[in-house]
Design a protein around this ligand. Structure first.
Ligand code: ZN
Length: 469
């Protein structure tokens, strides 16, 4: 299995620290609002990575944090006149609902920064004791980047360039820094903000230290994969490496994986451009399985463009798979017992080949785009070879293969097939209404849409009947 490692900028063969096990840490969201679709991409992508490892029989320990102390959370709490804790608790709950609707598995542990302060105090003290951190006059603790010779190895930046770049930027309140590229581990409290006692000052942690501490606590000093969005490479992940490797005296993560950005209509998503969507907003229009399927239609390291047209295309593609599974389910119920022979035997051979194609795509740095095409080829095979005359074993085998691969992608096929029935009924009712209104163009359009989904209508004296083709 090959993984593109940001550290080496190369695809490398995956070799776990312990055979049969994968220790994986994925940076989670800062919980001050409903998550947006940009947040959803790493959740879906790395959940799929996890599912593939599990499919291959690995025991995966998957840790993903919630950052629940941060300027944005505090700002929101002040605006609402409530505690920061109230804000973060609310949005952790909402985030979990969205993750469930996107079929993102619950992590082995979902730690929260505010629950891990004592571990942070310990790691910061270790860094001070071994000369990698220092305390400024106002009690702020900084990491001394010049003490870590490998600083910049992940983002492929050179410390001297970084230092000269930083010299331009003067941050108020950070005058106690020895060097502009040093970063905060602990900072003094401000009026009205949550704080914790520490040997240096009453205050709160910087952002980066939490992931080093939580990763160590739940997965150990060394892990296999550390992942997140590419915007986290610098400074967040670079700083995590510095903290963890200087505190633990050994290398941190073997593989660093980063997903590319999500654009909206070919532009960067931003509130000011009015092209900002929360996952919740998308859920009002689509089943979130469609969003998941859309996210997996591109390779995770390629920028992905979100648009209404592409979402519609994903919806249609997903419907094609779900309709096929529904059809196989119906055939299974009525098929006669018997072994697959002749053409069906050849069909089974073809299905096995497509399954290997799916696996080869996933093992080439999780190329879900190619994996999805293998599933479409299976659907095509099933649609063209399975019918009322098929042997039960053939139908069952095709259905099991499609479902097994969909499960790796996190796509639920059976439940969705039931929901689909409801969708069909709804569309038929809309077509009946259109006919009543003598809007025959609309009625025909709906019939055409149903046909695209593999649904054939039959107008009978008892009313409209429909079947899958
Ligand atoms: Zn992190």
């Amino acid at each position: 299995m090959k993984i593109f490692n940001t550290l080496s900028r190369k695809k490398e063969e995956f070799v776990p620290l312990t055979p049969g096990q994968v220790k994986m840490y994925v940076c989670g969201p800062t919980v001050y609002n409903l998550i947006h679709i940009g947040n959803a991409r790493p959740m879906i992508v790395f959940d799929t990575v996890r599912r593939y490892f599990e499919y291959k029989g690995y025991d995966v320990q998957y840790v993903s944090n919630f950052t629940d102390v941060d300027d944005k959370i505090i700002k929101k709490a002040i605006e609402e006149g409530v505690n920061a804790d109230t804000v973060s608790r609310r949005y952790i709950e909402e985030c979990k609902k969205d993750m469930a609707a996107m079929n993102v598995k619950t992590a082995t542990v979902h730690p929260q920064a505010t629950q891990e302060i004592s571990g942070m105090l310990d790691m910061i003290q270790t860094l001070i004791d071994n000369g990698h951190a220092y305390v400024a006059a106002d009690g702020t603790v900084y990491f001394r980047t010049s003490s870590f010779k490998e600083y910049g190895k992940l983002s492929h930046k050179n410390l001297e360039d970084l230092q000269s770049g930083f010299r331009e930027i003067k941050v108020t309140g950070e005058e106690g820094k020895e060097d502009p590229s040093d970063f905060v581990l602990w900072k003094p409290k401000k009026e009205g903000e949550p704080y914790w006692e520490s040997p240096w000052c009453d205050g709160r942690p910087g952002w980066h230290i939490e992931c080093s501490v939580m990763s160590k606590r739940y997965l150990g000093e060394q892990i296999d994969i550390h992942a997140g969005g590419e915007d986290l490479i610098f400074p967040h992940h670079e700083n995590e490496i510095a903290q963890s490797e200087c505190a633990n005296g050994r290398s941190f993560a073997t593989y660093w994986m980063h997903n590319a950005f999500l654009n909206i209509d070919n532009r960067k998503m931003s509130k000011s451009l009015g092209n900002f969507f929360t996952v919740r907003e998308i859920s009002e229009k689509y089943d979130l399985q469609v969003l998941r399927f859309f996210m997996l239609s591109a390779h995770y390291r390629s920028p992905l463009n979100f648009s209404a047209e592409l979402m519609e295309a994903s919806k249609n593609g997903l419907d094609r798979i779900l309709t096929c599974v529904g059809k196989l389910k119906d055939l299974e119920a009525n098929a006669s017992e018997g072994a697959a022979v002749g053409e069906e035997e050849a069909g089974l051979g073809e299905a096995a080949k497509l399954k290997r194609k799916f696996e080869a795509a996933m093992e080439d740095d999780f190329n879900t785009a190619d994996a999805v095409s293998a599933v479409f080829e299976l659907v095509k095979l099933a649609n063209s070879t399975a019918d009322e005359t098929s042997a039960k074993s053939y139908v069952v085998s095709l259905k099991a293969t499609i479902q097994e691969l969909c499960d790796v992608l996190g796509i639920i096929t059976e439940k969705q097939a039931e929901v689909l029935d409801g969708d069909v009924e709804e569309m038929i009712a809309a077509r009946q209404q259109a006919r009543k209104d003598k809007n025959f163009a609309l009625a025909d359009e709906i019939r055409g849409k149903l046909l695209d989904m593999g649904i054939v209508l039959e107008d009978t004296r008892e009313g409209v009947k429909w079947k899958r083709v």
